[in-house]
Design a protein around this ligand. Structure first.
Ligand SMILES: [Zn+2]
Length: 338
């Protein structure tokens, strides 16, 4: 019998005896064609049970893994409490932030640069009670555990690993009250304008404001890892400064990069003469950039912001977007949505 999507199969873990009921997905059929069997995994307390569906549609057991969880999760479709764990072999950036999407049932660990085993254990153990307690609330920030803070915004939950806690529940509560009012409120708050309880933990307020922005603008779109790396690199460069309105606009732009087209409004040669403007933005070499625009123009093709972002290093993103905006201001290029 071939693989039937929607069919229910049962796996029993040889290590702990836990029984998993699984509904066959389209991915199983695709993976069985490529690898001979699909690559399913289930996280159980301290191990991952790997199993799959072979090309005859039969459930098979593969192995039980107790180490290298990050690699295991990046090579298999591992589920923790029905949430698909999204992971890369190496964490993106240096933050310790795990993001669960309640609607899509995804647990994104790509920006969690700490023990994957630890966060999976915590998540599997606590997610049901977290959802029962906070699931219907729109915006919450709280100490959820001795090692974890939680920011919940709409359908996203960010679990943040805490190394040292030099702030109180009350102080987090003040930050929460600001978050409730939304992004526009956050960016206007410099240290002199905030409540003294927030001023005491202003560093934390800044960092969590960035996380709040990620939770609002970035994670709900489940960006690919290439794009997520760029956004995180952009954020980490600024994570000690209060986000500004232009930062928010730039992050919005990054998230739309695939659909933003750069159109030259002047002869391509004229673009080559924008070096002085580039220098203003600390971009030392724009040759590749101009060549890419030139080539696209010559072939009468559209060139996207995403493509151009691939050419520059991620440290330059902020300056690069500033540069493009400046070119637009001088009517040298047009940035428009697809
Ligand atoms: Zn097990």
């Amino acid at each position: 019998m071939p693989i039937v999507v929607g069919q229910v199969v049962v796996f029993k873990c040889p290590k702990c005896g836990k029984v998993e009921t699984y509904t066959v997905r389209r991915e199983d059929a695709e993976e069985a064609i490529s690898f001979g069997a699909s690559k399913i995994g289930f996280f159980h307390r301290n191990h991952i049970f790997l199993c799959g569906i072979n090309s005859r549609g039969e459930p098979i057991l593969r192995s039980v893994e107790v180490s290298n969880m990050r690699t295991i999760c990046s090579n298999n479709r591992v589920y923790a409490k029905d949430f698909l764990v999204v992971c890369e072999k190496d964490a993106i950036g240096n933050q310790k932030i795990a993001v669960a999407d309640i609607n899509k049932k995804i647990l994104d660990l790509r920006c969690y640069s700490d023990s994957v085993n630890r966060i999976l254990s915590f998540f599997s153990k606590e997610i049901d009670s977290i959802l029962a307690k906070y699931g219907s609330l729109e915006c919450v920030i709280t100490m959820i555990h001795k090692d974890f803070d939680m920011i919940k915004l709409n359908n996203g939950i960010a679990l943040i690993k805490v190394d040292r806690r030099e702030y109180s529940k009350k102080e987090l509560g003040y930050i929460e009250s600001i978050f409730r009012e939304g992004l526009d409120k956050i960016v206007l708050l410099d240290k002199n304008k905030v409540d003294e309880n927030v001023r005491r933990v202003y560093d934390l307020f800044i960092r969590y404001s960035w996380y709040f922005i990620l939770l609002k603008l970035v994670f709900p779109k489940t960006p690919d890892s290439e794009m997520l790396s760029k956004v995180i690199c952009f954020v980490e460069k600024k994570i000690n400064m209060m986000p500004r309105q232009t930062d928010i606009e730039n992050i919005r732009m990054l998230m739309e990069a695939e659909n933003i087209i750069i159109k030259p409004l002047v002869k391509p040669q004229t673009l080559g003469m924008t070096k002085p403007i580039a220098t203003l933005f600390n971009l030392t070499d724009i040759t590749d950039l101009v060549n890419a625009i030139l080539e696209a123009h010559r072939r009468d093709r559209e060139i996207t912001l995403k493509y151009l972002l691939g050419i520059i290093s991620c440290e330059e993103i902020d300056n690069f977007i500033g540069f493009l905006r400046e070119l637009e201001k001088h009517r040298l290029i047009e940035l428009r949505g697809r």
